[in-house]
Design a binder for this molecule. Structure first.
Ligand code: FMN
Length: 179
């Protein structure tokens, strides 16, 4: 099963999450490829798609948004998952953070099967006026690989069940997944 993992990442943090997600999928025997949105030639060639977006002022970074708008017709026909990144604190591992209003609308547009918010990363030397101001208060790498791996594992389990024609596994409640 060919899975596309694509991302809209301004400063590389979300790209790193996309790479970890794909690594987990490959470990589960799925043929996962990571591609920046602009390098995706044919979405129809994939059996499933995962799209990640960096959150800026509660909205996905534009490359992720544009990818969804541009390919909405094809995405609606496939199993699709979204992830967002992210809060610069431990909130994403303390409880499941719902998609923002805009991300929820994108999910509805393509009938996405699920969403997860992961912690983000902001480096102290971030470029840009607002980012620098923000970095005075919040810096660090809040991406939690356990969190990322658990979620990617649950997506892989569902994809493998589909592939083998088995019933789709039921997700445990968030508390069970986090501890
Ligand atoms: C100007 C600015 C605005 C941000 N707005 C949000 C936000 O609304 N919600 C959030 O959870 N994180 C927010 N963040 C944190 C980023 O989402 C986090 O740094 C993320 O990891 C960036 O991903 P990237 O490295 O892939 O661009 C913001 C960061 C900056 C610099």
């Amino acid at each position: 099963m060919r899975v596309l993992v694509t991302y809209g990442s301004k400063r590389g943090g979300t790209e790193g999450i996309a790479r970890q997600v794909a690594e987990v999928l490959r470990g589960e025997g799925l043929d996962a490829e990571v591609r920046p949105p602009k390098e995706v030639e044919d979405v129809a060639a994939y059996d499933a798609v995962i799209v990640g977006g960096a959150l800026y002022a509660n909205r996905w970074y534009r490359l992720a948004r544009r990818f969804v708008h541009r390919h909405a017709g094809v995405l609606r026909e496939k199993p699709v998952w979204f992830f967002s990144s992210g809060p610069l604190d431990s909130s994403a591992v303390e409880g499941e953070i719902a998609p923002t209003h805009q991300v929820q609308a994108l999910m509805e547009q393509v009938g996405a099967r699920g969403h997860m918010t992961f912690g983000g990363r902001l480096e102290a030397n971030a470029k840009g006026f607002i980012a620098r101001a923000m970095a005075r208060e919040h810096t660090g790498d809040w991406r939690d690989s356990g969190h990322i791996r658990r979620w990617a594992g649950s997506v892989a389990a569902e994809l493998k069940a589909r592939q083998e024609g088995r019933p789709i596994p039921v997700e445990p409640p968030p508390e069970a997944r986090l501890h």
